[in-house]
Design a protein around this ligand. Structure first.
Ligand SMILES: Nc1ncnc2c1ncn2[C@@H]1O[C@H](COP(=O)(O)OP(=O)(O)OP(=O)(O)O)[C@@H](O)[C@H]1O
Ligand SMILES: [Mg+2]
Length: 321
């Protein structure tokens, strides 16, 4: 067994997903692909998970996944960092692209840039030359292009529609050439020009919603904007998924909001993420729910979301808990 220290998918989780016992599953890996995490838990290296999943027809084709909604504080950053950590554990070579000038994803993943460190604003015009030096590695399969306040200047420097169409896409294309399987983008709570550029690059857009009226309105506006941006630029429409964050089954307001979303958008795939104090606990420790090995609803719900998002669904019973 190796002693790699970063967070890993556990043999228990993969065995449960593929309906086998931990003992039978572990026989399918070499000793150096398994890592003792604690007295009861073994992890699997991302490279070994990738081999295992590819043998079961999981595709690692390149995809850009953008988190956006006009409503603030509803879970874009939480979903970005949690999805990215899990994708890396599943063996996807993953880059977080933080486009929010507030840099919340960068802060959460412990990668706040220093004054002179390059960010998206500095490199988007020449990513083939400048991107590699701007990336901050976090683990073997997880990297971030961090953000800071200067990214707020993007809206002024992307006034030309040609630049809007190509800025984020150009950086993502370069990441694909460098061997990344997925780019997970965190956007600010607006539909500014940097967000338009991210939408132009997206294969999938994840729109978080909560139970308040503003967030439902934010969903409708965001969906309309995605359609209009893609039509304006002559781009194919990306797949859209909704995540309902902070769902509380004890609250009538949560039931009502969920029914309303399903009524209004019956064709859009929807994952419910239950409200959990785990999110703020792990954030305070600079971690995500997948950096720890305790079983909880936060981990279960995001695994269901990420599995559906990335097509890892052998035993899937749907997207709701
Ligand atoms: N399912 C959940 N249960 C409980 N708390 C949650 C859940 N999802 C997110 N949160 C908490 O909600 C707060 C806001 O989440 P987050 O920062 O991800 O939102 P955001 O949309 O990125 O905000 P902003 O628009 O400011 O960028 C955070 O404190 C986060 O820990
Ligand atoms: Mg955020």
């Amino acid at each position: 067994m190796t002693t790699e220290p970063y967070s890993l998918l556990t043999t228990r989780e993969l065995a449960a997903k593929y309906g086998t016992t931990i003992g039978e599953l572990e026989q399918q890996f070499q000793p150096d692909e398994l890592v003792r995490l604690n007295a009861a838990t073994n992890g699997i290296t991302p490279t070994a998970v990738r081999r295992f999943l590819m043998e079961r027809d999981v595709s690692y084709h390149f995809r850009v996944i953008v988190h956006t909604t006009m409503r603030g504080g509803i879970g874009k950053t939480t979903s970005t960092i949690t999805t990215a950590t899990r994708a890396a554990q599943y063996g996807f070579k993953t880059c977080v692209l933080d486009l929010d000038p507030q840099g919340s994803s960068s802060l959460a993943l412990g990668a706040v840039p220093e004054e002179d460190d390059p960010i998206f604003y500095d490199i988007w015009q020449r990513p083939e030359e400048l991107l590699a030096d701007a990336l901050v590695p976090l683990s073997s399969h997880l990297t971030i292009l961090p953000s800071s306040l200067e990214n707020a200047l993007l809206d002024a420097s992307l006034l030309n529609p040609g630049s809007q169409k190509k800025a984020v896409k150009g950086v993502c294309d370069q990441l694909r050439l460098q061997g990344y399987d997925t780019v997970i983008v965190d956007c600010p709570p607006s539909l500014g020009i940097a967000v338009i550029s991210a939408i132009c690059a997206a294969h999938t857009i994840v729109v978080p919603v909560g139970s308040d009226a503003f967030s439902l309105k934010g969903l409708d506006l965001t969906l309309d904007e995605i359609t209009s941006i893609c039509d304006t630029f002559g781009l194919p429409h990306p797949a859209v998924r909704i995540i309902y964050t902070r769902y509380d089954q004890r609250e009538t307001v949560s039931h009502h909001a969920l029914s309303r979303i399903k009524e209004r958008h019956p064709k859009l795939p929807l994952t419910v993420i239950r409200t959990s104090s785990e999110f703020s606990k792990v954030l305070a420790a600079g971690e995500t729910v997948f950096s720890r090995y305790a079983r909880n609803s936060a981990r279960d719900d995001y695994d269901r979301h990420v599995s559906a998002l990335l097509g890892i669904t052998p035993q899937s019973a749907g997207d709701t808990p």
